[in-house]
Design a protein around this ligand. Sequence first.
Ligand SMILES: Cc1cc2nc3c(=O)[nH]c(=O)nc-3n(C[C@H](O)[C@H](O)[C@H](O)COP(=O)(O)OP(=O)(O)OC[C@H]3O[C@@H](n4cnc5c(N)ncnc54)[C@H](O)[C@@H]3O)c2cc1C
Length: 402
Amino acid sequence: MAWLTIDTERCIGCEACLEACLYGALALEGGIAVVNERCTACGACLPVCPVEALSLPRQAALRAEDAASPEEARGVWVWVEQFQGRAVSLSWEMMGVGRRLADALQVPLTACVFGHNVRDVAREAIAYGADRVFWADDATLAAYRTAPYAHLLVALAREHRPEILLLGASARGRDLAGAVATQLHTGLTADCTALDIEAQTRRLIQTRPAYGGNIMATIVTPNHRPQMATVRHRVFEVPTPNGERTGEIIPVTMRLLAEEEIATKVLDFLPASEEVNLAEARIIVSGGAGVGGPEGFAVLRELANVLGAALGASRAAVDAGWIPYAHQVGQTGRTVRPDLYIACGISGAVQHRAGMGTSKVIVAINKDPEAPIFDIATYGIVGDLFEIVPALTAHLRRRLGH
Ligand SMILES: Cc1cc2nc3c(=O)[nH]c(=O)nc-3n(C[C@H](O)[C@H](O)[C@H](O)COP(=O)(O)OP(=O)(O)OC[C@H]3O[C@@H](n4cnc5c(N)ncnc54)[C@H](O)[C@@H]3O)c2cc1C
């Protein structure tokens, strides 16, 4: 069943809607517009019809029930992720961008803090820029689970109708964002690399790589609210907290899911098999196809040890099975933003750059002087990494006294 309804009495067969449809979902039959199953209910055809013969009644009904209209929705919200009672730094990065968007729209910034014994996190949220905090504190919320968190965030959004809802693109954030967007019948743009406001329309301009990172897509959610976006770790800076800021902490009083209504139980947390915390690392030594095999990473590991750095890799090295996926940097791996990124034997493909291009200082070691990595490198060293990296390690070991 198509979403679009065409009033055949009104339609004059002008074809304006056919041109406006991006999906080829409209055609002319017997001089009247007809719609097929390709219709996505995007609404692009509605404003071009000169006789108002087109409408989206199902969508309007869903909006009335679930999502706010663009006109009535107000405010920017950030979901603050916590683990074992402590906020994850990605949430503060989101708070920084949320503050900027709220200022541009001249609306308050609201933080949603769910957990158990998390009042300190609610206070911290104000220090990081929130004007008010919805604070839900209950044993059922202690560890993240989709059902109780989504139930609560959906209920809050239905009641207060924010225009923007931001979540960090962590494992939990991605899970929650999908569940909430589905229930609110609104759009969600994952892994944004830039977020801005279009002043005239108050729309959130969401930018993210598309088609294998070859283009940057600009995505808007014109008809539904909240406009939802996730952003990966380290795309934005953590703002400086201000302990002097004041704000309102509002305890959430609405009904939560009872434990017996929640199908999943958290039994335990086990550490990941290999400790790789690329996102938090200040220095990363990264290896690509140029290391030549799993044993080639040994020289990089030595350099990383001397510098107290994490070990990264290109997808070519990961796909070859030389190093686990947890080390992969790039569009389909981790996004990193260290102070220093040392790329060894990495050509600098656009998909790799998508994950490390905002590093503060980039040192590239490559034997090909034409390698694209040199285009973004702060310092480039042309030569064989198996000569350069051990020499660098020995020098730094002496300088750093290891
Ligand atoms: C949808 C999609 C998603 C992708 N996601 C990612 C991603 O997340 N991360 C990622 O990295 N890639 C990703 N890729 C793959 C990406 O396009 C490249 O293929 C990959 O980054 C290449 O890895 P590389 O630079 O290690 O290998 P290569 O491009 O083969 O480069 C190896 C480099 O090593 C140099 N070299 C060789 N020997 C030495 C030596 N002894 N000393 C010094 N230099 C040497 C060579 O000159 C060369 O520049 C993705 C691709 C697609 C299509």
